[in-house]
Design a binder for this molecule. Sequence first.
Ligand code: ADP
Length: 472
Amino acid sequence: MKEIRLLFAAAEIFPFAKSGGLGDIAFALPKALRKKISTTAIMPLYGFIDRERYGIAPTGEHFTVTLDGSAHDIEFFHAQYDGMDIFFVYNDTLCDREYIYGPPGEGYGDNDLRFAIFGHSIAEAVERFDFNMLHLNDWHTALAAVIARDKGVKHPIVYTIHNLVYQGVFDARFMKRWGVGDTHFHIDDMEYYGYLNWMKGAIAHADIVTTVSPSYAIEIQLPEFGFGLDGFLRKHSDKLVGILNGIDYDIFDPMRDPSLDASFGPSSIRGKKRCKNAFLKEASLKEKEWPLISFIGRFSEQKGLDILIDSIGELLGNEINLAILGDGESRYIEALKEIEAENENFYLQIGYDESLSHRIYAASDFFLMPSIFEPCGLAQMIAMRYGAIPVVHAVGGLRDTVHPICRTRKICGEGFVFESMDSKSFLAAISEALKLYKKRSSLQKVRRFDMECDFSIEKCAKKYLDLYEGLR
Ligand code: ADP
């Protein structure tokens, strides 16, 4: 086969659109890959993306897809960003929205149609722009695998599961409006207990299925974490690989982060104290010497919000400051707001704020991730880079990236790990962290060690390159 020409597709790519880790990785991975192979990313041109700021220009290429009798016009745009080639797809149904998927904690009712349009655009782009390898991510792009195969595309397809919970399961009646054939309504294909499952279709049609950590690759083949697809994944286990995600150290670097009040690194840690003081002031948290513990993430059951909220009362009774930044389900927001009203040592910010998140990571001594399940998790890697020691549930990518502190055998990274998913175990792990806070030199050692750990995207990209080469 000729030189690889990769098209990398995702529903969100930082900085144009980001709702979580997918946005980070869908920027960082193609950016790292393009240093070795020809790589172009593709995403929807949502209405909220500033075309002028990013130099996004029309390519003059467009096409129409007719789905269930309705014609949808699709236009390709292009930009170069940070050395990377990106195609943007514009169609009014897909793009003219305030949010990527829907308001926090919700999804738009026509997301199947929106991402079917995106799927057709991806498959069209492969042929029109002569790509010979396709990398798809999560359910939003899963239908592209099915459509591409329907169109006779024979090139290798890699499909990555970033989170098995969101599979894209829809009523079988909707199939007509996606423009895929009835033959896919089959137990070895998209059919799923009488419904249609996009992720299942991509697993069936991709040459390789990856997921974002080695532990998660094992877990998703078990009923406990398989969300109904464990059997199908076991059946396809010969093409399933776990590759740990990484982070872009050009963006997440406390030595040169424009969001921070001071720079710092493993060998010059003093700036961290200044970042902490500045944030405490910004957040009106008074006790400067107390440890700052933080949580940044989606307010969802997955992220362990139930045990977090159950534990907060007792946690705030300690000499600590707690900062939470996030958005999501209203039941969690309401519960957190009530707690905020009664506690002076608690800072809560509802919403999505990239710059604030960096300031919190930099200011924090400890970072909480009590996820019920966690495919990879980037937040704990970012936290470690910024010298915040993680407290995590031993699951998925958290298990692969955070290990109990051990003086003799150092494994990247180190933190506080609890096995049993209940408040008692979670609080016990935090109380160990608070003990470490009192031993300043041990604290600094762990902090430095975590900051020096290599969770770079380059390591991850190398594994994907080997995989693409294998497919070639
Ligand atoms: P997810 O399951 O949401 O993808 P990850 O840990 O893999 O979780 O990635 C989350 C990413 O989103 C991190 O970069 C984190 O800092 C960021 N993030 C999450 N919530 C917020 C928020 N409310 N404001 C700013 N950044 C956020």
